[in-house]
Design a protein around this ligand. Sequence first.
Ligand code: TYD
Length: 391
Amino acid sequence: MNIPCIDLGKQPLANKFIPKEDLGKNEYKYHLAYEFNPDTYLLSMVHQPDMSDMFNDSYPYDSSGSATMVTHFKDMADNINKNFFGNILEIGSNSGPFICNIDKKKNPVAIEPCSNFAKITRDKGIPTYDKFWNSDTAYEVMSNHGFFDVVYSANCMCHIKDVEEAFFAVRNVLSNDGTLIMEDPSLIDMLKLSSYNELYDEHFTMFSVHALQKLLGKVGLYINKVEYLLNIHGGSNRIYASKTMGGDSSLKNALMIEKYLGVDKVDTYHLFNERIQQHRDIFTNILYEYKDLGKKIISYGATSKATTTFNYCGIDSNIIDYITDTTPAKQGLYSPGMHIPVVSPEEGLDDSIDIIHIGAWNYTKYIMDKEVNYQNKTWLTEVPFPRIIKG
Ligand code: TYD
């Protein structure tokens, strides 16, 4: 039985940035809430928006847009080129920072439903299917390319509504000795960091290793190894699974830590919900106090995470003058729900700013090291709790 436990109120689609001419129009909103199932251990969304409204030819999030992610995917591709044999399929290839670094001898194939990004990898010679991942797509891909020895998927399985069917389809395309390697944000990191803003429309499920073990087991896949990725999306797990039973000490450790932190108990999520309500009150108070003093506040990074925070806390352009972001596809538009203007760093970063809120909090160190000209400003974050980092 699913038990409702986390409530983030009415939210827009996190990556649906709005052109000026559409500001007066009706904007789609849904109730962002999560429920926990004590039998499956799954923490999943209660009211799920339609996937094709989120992932289409105008999806703006580009995984090649940050140096950290580009290096991360290049390193992983090098690792697979060296240590794994056979054909490779990537599910959710975005603009291709992983699959484009895979050896052509490994016959890389990509699945990417956002056709603006699918075109990029196809133009580079990689067979790319702009389709959602499910059994039909798996059948089509397998008919054309045969079985795969490695299926890699980063920050994608948590986006899929019918995730059991998605794993079933993975199992069907994997060769008998094949390996599924998947990376998704870590549930215990969200709990430890109180980073509620990792919850948004695209994250249907926040996986714990406990939940994945049960879910994969249902389709005949077994977790063999768990790697923890400290700097990726605020902390992620990389899971290696195959058709062969047996996990090493990394799996046992991951399960032990999760159990200690209570991922298997609904009370943990009720407490999380209470904690984030307090965070919301403290964070908005800090911002209102600065605003009352006449300070100019901006936000750095028009992230999905910031969409959740701003809509949950009711922070609009009366508080935050604008958001700076390096992504051309977001610049000149308005943030989802709260309609804060998004501008380029060149346009938005200048000495008139008093306070900088870090929307891309998972890159805090990288950003603060980079922005040497703004070290004298006050920098704010809400993760792991609302506070002034500097200034
Ligand atoms: P990310 O945490 O990947 O976003 P999301 O919450 O949507 O998953 O952050 C990437 C966003 O932040 C992207 O829009 C680019 C922007 N950004 C900057 O503008 N400057 C920077 O220095 C960094 C690191 C990110």
